[in-house]
Design a protein around this ligand. Sequence first.
Ligand SMILES: OC[C@H]1O[C@H](O[C@H]2O[C@H](CO)[C@@H](O)[C@H](O)[C@H]2O)[C@H](O)[C@@H](O)[C@@H]1O
Ligand SMILES: [Ca+2]
Length: 574
Amino acid sequence: MSFTAPIQLPGLALDPQWHRRAVFYEVMVRSFVDSNGDGSGDLSGLISRLDYLQWLGVDALWLPPIYNSPLRDGGYDVSDFRTILPDFGTVDEFKDLVTKAHERNMRIVIDYPLNHTSDAHDWFQQSREDPEGPYGDYYVWSDTDKKYENIRVIFVDTEESNWTFDPVRRQFFFHRFFSHQPDLNFENPAVRQEVLDIVRFWMEMGVDGIRLDAIPYLFETEEGNGEGEPETHQFIREMRAMVDRDYPGRVLIAEANQWPQEVVQFFGTNEEPECHMAFDFPVMPRIFYSLRSQQAGELIRILSEATEVPDGAGWGVFLRNHDELTLEMVSEEYRQAMYGWYAYDPRMRSNIGIRRRLAPLLDNSRAELELAHALLFALKGSPFLYYGDEIGMGDNIWLPDRDSSRTPMQWTPDRNAGFSSADPGKLYLPVVQSLVYNYNLVNVESQLAQSRSLLHWVRNVIHIRKAHPTFGLGTLRVLKTNHESVLAFVREYEGSGTQFGDSAEKILCVFSFAHNPVSVEIDTEDLGGAKLFDLFGGSQFPTVADDGSLTLTLGTHSFYWLHVGDSHFTGGRA
Ligand SMILES: OC[C@H]1O[C@H](O[C@H]2O[C@H](CO)[C@@H](O)[C@H](O)[C@H]2O)[C@H](O)[C@@H](O)[C@@H]1O
Ligand SMILES: [Ca+2]
């Protein structure tokens, strides 16, 4: 396979708003390409596929943890934050990745699980052995496991308590996640300084952003629930001030699995900003709910909630990632409905969520995959794709925990799906060989060869989105319709008049979750008399009536992106 996209030199375009226009792609280094045949993906392998990612239209890569780790939690159990897992490569190879990505105008975002370490980390080993030593106070130790009783257990499948007794120190240590992941003690100024130094270490290496893993959980208090305590926000403000001062243009991304009013606090304010971006956890499960219930109501409700963010900040929206499809942000009633639709086999569940990939969740329905992506790319926020979802990769629910959807990328129909030349038994996880998603059928090479494949469709929609800065920078206003299965909104952008030549624009987006064709009347409010043109092919649609009403018909699971304007729009096909 060759992707001969032109390489832009020398490096990145200067754009302080890059993260709001960007299409992100989450790529697990271990899962993407194995360059040396040892069975594990690595940095050199990833570098070898940057041309593919550039061809796809990706602007930024998010790499889950690449540090030294016992890999008991997919690398989120870090044993040294300043070295790279040898299976993945070296610091020099990482620098090479940054350089080569930048040459392609692509950014690199790394993942930083700052809340905790692995119990194999030297800090923890010293802390347990020498309570009076320099690391004695690096973790949250207690003589009793009865502290912080308001703090819930997150990994309910495996942990009964947030406290585990350490036989060496003969005290309990606190952990929000697995019992092999002790929480760092953020009350200790030395710990806070270590964390800031580690941020600086990777920023000096040239990274463009850092995903702050599990960010709500830094501080614990007796009164609170340990999620977004004031001290946690204060510390993020300090980190942000350091980044703005010493590394302007780099971004901090909050992973806070919380309700909108709580997540929005991780953006801070104009005067005291915190993160540049935050993942939108409430929207994601509602997309899946709408697809099965044929009801757009919950999605409309959450999209209509006013959650203003500071200037220049933006949401990260996603369909799937390396974790389970979390159902923490839906009511118990909705959760049970979603388990019934999407996790009918108990093996598909994990903690409070569903450990499946996008295509199997949607039963490989091409119409639903297109609808879900069209919505993802039209929402307010920057879209994050999960590796392999662009080809509709399947999962393996027989693998433990979230490994079900972390299997090798499927490049070709050849041995190990072209991921590795290793003996198949040596792979870090087996390739998917199920009836429907077998790598013989689902792979990049065969989809490149079919112009109507999902891969080409996703690439096209990415390029159309990128031709319209409105999607990244504009406002979103939900419209009233007379059909419960239809979501309609207007994206509107005033234009910036910057060097990017952005002009003012309105785009009407309409999505039908109905399982049959529907006719819908939309109250477009102030769009009376406007002409509409399809963004994909440029064809003209019925003009909006003078009173603002618009009647459209939509096929099963279909959608429209319509340019609103007086003049003919020529379409955006890439
Ligand atoms: O490092 C521990 C975990 O941190 C992240 O966790 C997030 O995912 C959890 C579900 O797997 C979710 O329930 C929690 O609210 C999040 O903070 C990371 O993404 C995980 O992979 C990791 O195990
Ligand atoms: Ca390798």
